[in-house]
Every structure is written in C-alpha cells, then in structure tokens.
Design a protein around this ligand. Structure first.
Ligand code: ZN
Length: 245
C-alpha cells in the first residue's frame, strides 16, 4: 500500500495536500472535535470562537488565547508537517490547504500554504482595521484582559476565522484553483466534516484526480479514495518520508 502510494506521489504531475486537526495532534495540540479532556473541559469552544459572543465577552477568548493559542509559537512541527515540507522542497508538492490555525506547516518549511480558518499571528482592530502582531497583543495582555486599539480604543480580534464570520475568499479561491489543477491529492488528519474543506477532495475526484486519505476515522469519501491509510499518522509519515530523503 505505502509503496504504491509512493510511486503515485513520485509520478504525479500536480500534487496538492489538504490537512486538518489530526496532524496537529501529533504536535500535542488537542483536537476539540475528538478530545474533550484537558483544555476543552474548561472552555466551551462553541463560545470561544463565536463572533457575537466574542464581541460581548472578549475576555473569555483572551483568557483562553493566553493559555492556549499564544503558546503555539513554542510548539514544534510533527513528522507529518515535515513530510509535506520535504515534498514541496523537492518540487513534488505544489501547495497545502489547511484547516489548522497553528502555523506549523510554515514552521516546518512549507511555503505555499492556504489557511482556510486564518491564523492568530496577526490581529486587527474591529473598528479602524489597524493591524497588530501577536507580539504586540501579548504585550497588551500583560496589563489588561482585553487588548484595545491604541488608535481608536476599538476591540482587537485575531485573524482566526470565528463561527459566524465569512471564510477568507482568497484562500478558498486559491485552494479551489490548486485542486482543479491536481492529479493527486493527499488528505491528512481530517475527517472531512467541515465545509468548504470537505468539498475540496470532491472537486479533485470530479476532475478525475486520485485521492489518498491518511486519517484514523473513516470519511464520507472513503469509498471513492484510491488509498485509505488509517494507521497512526506519525508512523505512516515516518515511513513515507524515507522514500523522499
Ligand atoms: Zn482601531
């Protein structure tokens, strides 16, 4: 199975990847959809990432962000991130579309990454749109529970896409354009339940591309994928990367 997939990767003309929370769990970031322990016991994720709740109670989000999101910078990429970065480095992988907001693909060395749900490294004032870096926010959070804009005192929100917000159109359009060009798509660590990410492999299939799903849980496209590898993702990626060293 692995050898056959390796061959297909090597002879692909346009390989793209789609990644989800399952690859970040390898770096120690718990997935709130499958893991109700730890941080997700103490915070209600449906409130944390809800835009109307955020506007009323931003301190709830920022308490969580201090404890969790702003620690992402100390987390290291896992073997799955490194495998994809390696494939891009040798010119095989053309781009990654991710549902993750942790920046681990870029940290592993991937260059062309489309973030469907944004990221916390940049923030902006909801009133005057002024941009702030994560560092600036972290400094503000030392003296206050909620960072406010130094120009207009407006509320600052990180550029993560919250429930109730539009997804970034440029990231979606670029991802679709990439998928339309691909002849092989790797789907890693996502159960394909969240749209529009879940829709991308369907576009690939419709265009006659092959898909390989590397995920523990079955997905709605399991029956149509050429390869399904439901073994431990870290083990699979450690095996795969050896063929591309
Ligand atoms: Zn402002």
């Amino acid at each position: 199975m692995i050898e056959e997939l390796v061959k297909a990767i090597k002879k692909s003309n346009y390989l793209v990847a789609l990644t989800g929370a399952g690859i970040s769990t390898l770096s120690g970031i718990p997935d709130f959809r499958t893991d109700k322990s730890g941080i997700w016991e103490r915070y209600d994720q449906s409130r944390i990432f809800d835009i109307s709740y955020f506007k009323k109670h931003p301190e709830y989000f920022y308490k969580f962000a201090k404890e969790y999101i702003y620690t992402f910078t100390n987390i290291e990429p896992a073997i799955a991130h490194k495998f994809l970065a390696r494939l891009e480095e040798i010119g095989i992988l053309k781009s990654i579309t991710t549902q993750n907001v942790d920046g681990l693909h870029q940290k592993a060395g991937s260059k062309k990454v489309f973030e469907l749900h944004g990221n916390p490294f940049r923030s902006h004032c909801l009133s005057c749109k002024k941009i702030f870096s994560q560092k600036e926010i972290e400094i503000m959070l030392k003296d206050s529970d909620v960072p406010l804009c130094n120009e207009c005192s407006g509320l600052i929100k990180p550029d993560i896409i919250f429930y109730g917000e539009m997804l970034p159109e440029d990231a979606i359009n670029s991802s679709i354009a990439e998928v339309e060009k691909c002849d092989l798509m790797l789907v890693l660590g996502t159960s394909l339940v969240v749209y529009p990410a879940a829709y991308l492999p369907e576009i690939a299939l419709r265009n006659g591309a092959l898909i390989a799903i590397l995920n523990k849980q079955p997905t709605h496209l399991s029956g149509r994928a050429k390869w399904i590898i439901d073994d431990d993702l870290a083990v699979t990626c450690s095996m795969l990367i050896k063929y591309f060293e």
